[in-house]
Design a protein. Sequence first.
Length: 392
Amino acid sequence: MSEHPTISWNEAGEQRSARWRSEVGNPAPKRVVIADDTLAADAAYKLACEGTALLWRGDYQNARQLLQALARRIDRKTTRSSVKKTAAKPASNSSVAAPDMTQSFHLHRQAQAQRARILGMLLLPLAPDYRLNLRRAPDISQACTEAYGPTDAIDSVVSLREVLGLIGAHEWRKKGVPVAALGATIHPYYGVFSPVRGEYLDLVAQAPLPPKATELAFDIGTGTGVLAALLVQRGVRKVIATDLNPRALECAADNLQRLGVADRVELTQSDLFPPDKASLIICNPPWVPAKPGSAIEAAVYDPDSRMLKGFLAGLPDHLSEQGEGWLILSDFAEHLGLRSRAVLLDLFEQAGLRVIERHDIKPRHPRASDAEDPLYTARSKEVTSLWRLALK
Ligand SMILES: C[S@@+](CC[C@H](N)C(=O)[O-])C[C@H]1O[C@@H](n2cnc3c(N)ncnc32)[C@H](O)[C@@H]1O
């Protein structure tokens, strides 16, 4: 039996199968038909909505156009249904309650998942050498190696949507994300949290360092290694940085090497804290307490605030005297009604922590000012904070 999931289909009267690849963990579609440039977008949309996957044998660029045509159909349907819902509401008057943001958030995630499911039905064959043997296809072998690791030399099938994600990640990794606070670029890897929203980095660059912080600091959940690099730049002589995700550790090692600070940062795979104590312990946990839809979303969604709670509860055992814990958290979850400020303050209290100071900053990313965004009401109020915490 193969240790990998497989996908099977019938082609020219022959039963065939290949390795199924899905980094987001989607199961292999059960119904698969062969499709090419002759398939009309409406017919493709109907099949995809019914759960029938389309294994593409046509031109690569036409497959991309078909994917865009499917996306347009989904978006048209979503707009129509939201218009219908608005029309069904009672006429507006001053006593009508504000829209329930929690419900909007869950509906938005549901709609995103449904969109991803339909768009994930357009599949491409991937040759054992990570090549797409389709007309006008780009060379994605490097992008595949970066995300999947060395090839296992067997035929596989992957969704076009995933392929576009691999290509995008490869470009980000090559170009890097400029980090003003660091005066350098950070190169995120596929599946590793990218510091595209730079405002929290400004907070870390500017908050006053606690006494003795220059000796040793911990960076909990280092991701690309950006915060560890910032602390070194601020004069911290040694940082121990942890992450659970091996891709993050590999990515952090690469970035720290590029920045010439690898000898000042020790990377270790551990759940939250390394052993011992430090004078500064920093953590930027995922900001939204919700179940991740896939492993890749684990850096954005923290189910039941597991990382946040673990960080706060573990601080007293790991902070040295006069040490500070720096928690980076936006209040987006509060505006979505997913976690209240009182609950957060209570977590500090339960851990025996006091707030020395809170440094706030408004997000600068374009979605924060996009009134068309379904979560705009919450996004427009969002504030990102660096909480400086100490033992009581
Ligand atoms: C929101 S990202 C922040 C990454 C980075 N510190 C930054 O600010 O850009 C959270 C990181 O924590 C890691 N993580 C999640 N749970 C963890 C745990 N229990 N122990 C260590 N790292 C964890 C994730 O893999 C992810 O890289």
